[in-house]
Design a protein. Structure first.
Ligand code: HEC
Length: 260
């Protein structure tokens, strides 16, 4: 009985964990088959994220393979912060296509500047999920109490600045009002808050959401580059097993037909 109780409790643990992180997540409309979205996402990633964050379990060459880019395209378009060896730069062999996506920022410097180490992002999409990432990157808002002047509804008191603010503009977090101008409340009597743009970015809201979708798409790809292949192999294996089952069944019928 005791054992059963413990098993039940263990099985229920994930439910509690989910309840604890109770933030409404938007759905990220990602598609790993969409190569142009992945390429755009990779470009955003190397331009806006790969200065603080590393993706040190990923190689540039692997990104190129998965996204259908030639080595030259990767060298010219994605390898801005690759481990430059300036002595060799003149000899023209500084960037190597097989390099890992590391950054120069050291862990202790990250802690010094941001008050917390900057996490590696190679596997974040697997740990947090695409919807979490998408919601996180679309819910930064102005908060003068925070060191970088921004906070985030998905990751409260986050240590990261809103690095995409130029594209997104700035948002304020204000109480949501209904059609009559009355502040809306949830069933516990708390005010319902919403984010409203106070300065425009270079992108419209829809464009920004599209860009973030591409970025998240790339991060999901990066966290498991083999995913599509794995799914295809899975379907093939299922198909194979069905055929094998049919053959085995027919064979069994044939063997046993005279035995009564
Ligand atoms: C200026 C430095 C900087 C840049 C540039 C930056 N980040 Fe961050 N990021 C941080 C820091 C610092 C944290 C840790 C925040 C904390 O724990 O409070 C963080 C945390 C995160 C997290 C949460 C990870 C986790 O496991 O909790 C994600 C996801 C993330 N960043 C994504 C991005 C993406 C995507 C980009 C590019 C668009 C980006 N970051 C650019 C500094 C940066």
């Amino acid at each position: 009985m005791k054992k059963k109780l413990i098993t039940c409790l263990l099985l229920c643990l994930p439910l509690f964990a989910h309840a604890a992180g109770d933030v409404h997540l938007e759905k990220a409309d990602i598609n790993l088959e969409n190569k142009s979205s992945l390429r755009h996402g990779a470009k955003l990633f190397v331009n806006y994220c790969l200065s603080c964050h590393s993706a040190s379990m990923m190689r540039y060459s692997r990104v190129g393979q998965g996204l259908g880019l030639t080595d030259d395209q990767v060298l010219d378009n994605l390898m801005f912060v690759a481990n430059f060896d300036f002595d060799k730069l003149e000899e023209g062999e500084a960037k190597k296509i097989g390099e890992l996506m590391t950054v120069a920022l050291r862990k202790e410097d990250g802690e010094k500047y941001f008050g917390t180490p900057v996490p590696d992002l190679t596997l974040t999409a697997r740990a947090k999920g695409a919807d979490w990432l998408y919601t996180y990157l679309t819910t930064f808002y102005v908060d003068s109490k925070r060191p970088f002047g921004v906070n985030n509804t998905t990751f409260s008191n986050v240590g990261m600045p809103h690095v995409l603010w130029e594209l997104d503009g700035l948002k304020d977090r204000v109480p949501k009002k209904d059609a009559d101008g009355k502040v809306m409340k949830d069933k516990d009597g708390h005010e319902i808050m919403e984010l409203v743009r106070i300065t425009e970015g270079t992108m419209s809201d829809a464009e920004y959401k599209r860009a973030v979708t591409d970025l998240v798409n790339f991060m999901v790809y990066m966290a498991e580059p083999i995913q599509l292949e794995r799914q295809r192999t899975g379907i093939f294996v299922m198909f194979f097993l069905i055929i094998l089952f049919l053959l085995a069944y027919m064979l069994k019928k044939e063997y046993w037909k005279d035995v009564h």
